[in-house]
Design a protein around this ligand. Structure first.
Ligand code: ZN
Length: 361
């Protein structure tokens, strides 16, 4: 402990040269502090979240007020680098040239496949993942091998439930990884989850989906949840009998809105204000999951990256809430979320250019 009297000067003026030196040192210290704070100071009170259209995969870019960035997944391979280009377009919009943290939720192709193309053009500070692939399928073994090859010699960190991802200006905690999950979130009192009792059992899932990394991002009063492709049995393990997550403002609909995920017990417990579904035209966006999210208590809007063309109109949101609706030329339109630490946020549909505000609650 520092004791103030230890720093009390012995005499006010020892000598003029000493005083001059002290003043110079103080001036240098002040300048250095100013420079450091100018670098670290938030550019604004804004957290940016981009839900990038990778046609039914995931690529979600977060840029904190300090300018530090986290990319969650890299979309698909192939397509002449389409997904890398779309991620770079979002980076350009955010005014960043590098990704500080690239988190791969799991080793399925729609999440990790685009990584080699992306990192051939984009500097990355560190790669985060849940560790070994344990899915017994040749395609996933191939994709895991391609991932390891792409990041060879680069900085990699295996993350576990309870770990933090260090991003100045926001708090990011790992809720689930490699099939395990956190029991409590710091600062949140777990509460009994009333929706568990009515929940049907969900089958165990031996695939990589169940090992997805799930994160909770907190920026002041604003909270964002992204559970990757976590499937039903693991959702229930995480949220029953007690919900450790609390409620969220923005929910990236798990598993692109597939009905292997999005159990009522977790969706109702987290009580999202707004949900974004990163479905493709014929990928996920299933009627059951859409209905569960749509009907969840307190939901104000369900945005979709695409019309789910396998569903009917009753299981798709109105066109203004869809980035790439059926029958339009739009492709690659995305959602940009701008959140304030007050809890207020907005969602912009880049196809229409229209922004919807969600005032602080
Ligand atoms: Zn997926």
């Amino acid at each position: 402990m520092l004791i103030a009297s230890q720093f009390r000067p012995q005499s006010t003026f020892r000598s003029f040269p000493a005083l001059l030196l002290s003043l110079c040192a103080l001036a240098l210290l002040f300048t250095a502090t100013q420079a450091a704070s100018a670098q670290a100071a938030p550019a604004s009170d804004q957290l940016l979240i981009y839900s990038i259209d990778v046609e039914g995969g995931q690529a979600t870019l977060l840029v904190s007020p300090s300018g530090a960035s986290l990319l969650v997944d890299s979309g698909w391979p192939g397509n002449n680098g389409r997904d890398a280009a779309r991620i770079q377009a979002a980076m350009k919009d955010a005014g960043i040239k590098r990704i500080d943290h690239l988190l791969t939720t799991h080793y399925h192709r729609d999440h990790v496949g685009g990584l080699p193309q992306l990192i051939s053009k984009t500097p990355v500070g560190e790669f985060l993942d849940h560790g070994l692939n344990r899915e017994d399928s040749s395609v996933t073994r191939q994709d895991f091998a391609a991932y390891l090859k792409a990041i060879q010699g680069k900085r990699r960190r295996i993350i576990h439930p309870g770990d933090s991802i260090s991003i100045p200006g926001i708090a990011t905690i790992v809720l689930a990884a490699d099939g395990k999950h956190i029991a409590t979130v710091p600062g949140i009192q777990p509460v009994p989850n009333a929706w568990c009792a009515a929940e049907h059992p969900w089958p165990d899932d031996p695939t990589e989906n169940a090992r997805s990394v799930g994160i909770l991002v907190t920026f002041g009063k604003f909270r964002f949840l992204d559970l990757g492709d976590l499937t039903g049995a693991k959702e229930l393990a995480l949220s029953c009998p007690n919900n450790p997550i609390g409620t969220v403002d923005l929910y990236l609909v798990t598993h692109h809105g597939m009905n292997l995920s999005n159990s009522r017990a977790i969706v109702d417990a987290i009580h999202p204000r707004v949900a974004i579904m990163n479905n493709g035209t014929h990928k996920a966006g299933s009627p059951e999951a859409w209905q569960t999210v749509h009907d969840s208590t307190g939901l104000e809007d369900l945005w979709q990256l695409h019309t789910a063309e396998g569903s009917d109109d009753a299981h798709n949101s109105p066109e203004p809430l869809i980035a790439n609706p059926k029958g339009t030329a739009a492709d690659g339109a995305y959602f940009k979320v701008v959140a304030s630490s007050s809890g207020a946020f907005s969602v912009t549909n880049t196809r229409t250019g229209q922004t919807k505000e969600y005032t602080r609650k």
